[in-house]
Design a binder for this molecule. Sequence first.
Ligand SMILES: Nc1ncnc2c1ncn2[C@@H]1O[C@H](COP(=O)(O)OP(=O)(O)OP(=O)(O)O)[C@@H](O)[C@H]1O
Length: 237
Amino acid sequence: MTADGEIIHFDNVGLRYGTDREVLSDLTFTLFAGRFYFLTGASGAGKTSLLRLLYLSQRPSRGAIRMFGTDAITLPRARLPVLRRRIGVVFQDFRLIPHLSAFDNVALPLRVAGHQERDIFGPVRDILEWVGLADRLDARPATLSGGEQQRVAIARAVIARPAMLVADEPTGNVDPEMAQKLMRLFEMLNRQGTTVVVATHDLDLLRKVSDSLIMRLDRGRLSDPTGALRYPPRKPA
Ligand SMILES: Nc1ncnc2c1ncn2[C@@H]1O[C@H](COP(=O)(O)OP(=O)(O)OP(=O)(O)O)[C@@H](O)[C@H]1O
C-alpha cells in the first residue's frame, strides 16, 4: 500500500487475447486499501479478464499496472509470486486440488508460506467450521457438492489473510442463505483491513454490503456509477 492508501492503480490498460479485438479498453482507476468493491457487468463484458489482471495471471496488452507500490508490468516474472502471495483468489471453477482433502486444500497456502503444522490445524478447522464444513474436513472435492466446494475455495483464499481478496461469482453455486453468510464473511475480512473485489451478476448481492463501491464493465469499458474509483469517499472511522 502507498501513503494515500492506494493498493492498485491501472493506467490506460487494454487487453486483447491473441489478435482479436480488445476485450478490455482504456481502464484507468485506483483501488484503495480496505474498501469493498463489486465488479458488475453483463456476461462477456470482461469481468473475469479484469480479475485475471488483478491477480496477475494475465499481463495486459498495453498500459501500466502498479500493485502494492510496485510496477507489476516490468517486474521480473520470478518476482511475481511475491506480489501474488498478497492476493487471495476464489476462482469461478474453484480449482481445488482433487487428491487433497478439504482440510489439506485450505491448509495449502499456510504450508506453502512455511507455517508449522502446529499453527495450521486450529485456523484451518476454524475457518472450515465458519463456512459450515466442520464435518467434512477429510472429504475430497469430488465428494462435495458445488456449493461445498465453493466454500472450501473461499476458505482457502482467505486462510492466509491476504491484503486483497478477489472473488469471481463467489455465490454462484450457493443458496441465498449461504450467499448472505459468505458476504458476511467477506465483510468481516474487509473490516479487518482486507480489500475485497467481488465480480457478480447478482445485483441483489450489491445491496447486501453497505458501504461497498461499484465498478461496472460494459463491453470492456469501465464506469463507476458511485464515482468512487477516482475520488473514494472516506470510510467512517
Ligand atoms: N482465454 C481467452 N481467449 C480468447 N478470448 C477470451 C478468453 N477469455 C475470455 N475471452 C473473451 O473475452 C471476453 C470477456 O470474457 P470474460 O470471461 O472476461 O467476461 P465475463 O464478464 O467474466 O463473462 P461471464 O460473466 O460470462 O463470466 C469475451 O468475449 C470472451 O469470449
